[in-house]
Design a binder for this molecule. Sequence first.
Ligand code: NAD
Length: 318
Amino acid sequence: MATIKLNDGNEMPQVGFGCWKVDKDTCADQIFNAIEVGYRLFDGAQDYGNEKEVGEGINRALNEGIVARDELFVVSKLWNTNHAPEHVEEAFNQVLSDYKLDYLDLFLIHFPVALKYVPPSEKYPAGLTGTEDDKLRYEDVPILDTWRAMEALVKKGKVKSIGISNFTGALIDDLLRGAKIKPAVLQIEHHPYLQQKKLVEWVQSKGIAITAYSSFGPQSFLELDNKGAQSVPGLFDHKDIVSIAKKHDKTPAQVLLRWATQRGIAVIPKSNKTERLVQNLTINDFTLTDDDLAAIAKLDMGLRFNDPWDWDKIPLFV
Ligand code: NAD
């Protein structure tokens, strides 16, 4: 399993399993199966609402001796309603207790959007709003204050690495000026329709590893009735991706993942089919040519499917 050496010395597997929208009913079995197949990184989040089930799958594999804890790389993300420094550790402890683990490998700030605290006794996970009237309520927490509380988790030995997700260049630049511990990882939406070339180049030059999410582009957003996803051809059927796949005797999914890993980016595809799990894990045994890369570069249209602008006109990426 290829790994990426993080700027704090920890090693992160380059291919992992994404836990978003994994059904609670089958989640523990899927995680267990993924571990049996060879997955070692699990990308969860408070907001996914399935951390107990993810933890159940992990612990079953640990108890059966299929894997040891130090061979796994378990990730979670701080939700928007927990940005106030006094709530960061509380949220983290909830994650640990849901996973039934005693440390995490990586904890990310899910979005640089601070929303009003929702006590877990009222609603957990809080969801997008956590409010009865479904309106977003904001909280004035500068990102560096949240980051300080993340750093405190590292100092207490509760998490090995900390990072960020859905951050833009200017915000990362500002964070780096105040951070005592650099973010180890930036997780971003990244696929041929949204390549973010300058962000990737600059962030990698700062020694921060990139994890791509939604590597298959519109695929994951079709079931959410996302208008942008419905407006473009699926990447699995895109003629350029299909022809590159045929040339290498690989599937379009493998080409999309390899396109990222070949440029040093980690990927976290999600699938509930064993055959696809294996396929998504076996992607580093071929090399895309310069022509392949040039053809994929042409597909960029800056099309983002996961945008807080759609929640409440939040100007994160404007
Ligand atoms: P994805 O791009 O991994 O696509 C998943 C879809 O592709 C599913 O419909 C699946 O059935 C299908 N699929 C998977 N493997 C396939 C294969 N080999 N052939 C054909 N179809 C295949 O989707 P995603 O869930 O959006 O992203 C992956 C992970 O990234 C998430 O589970 C989550 O962990 C993370 N994520 C993070 C954020 C964030 O804000 N940080 C946002 C979205 C997703």
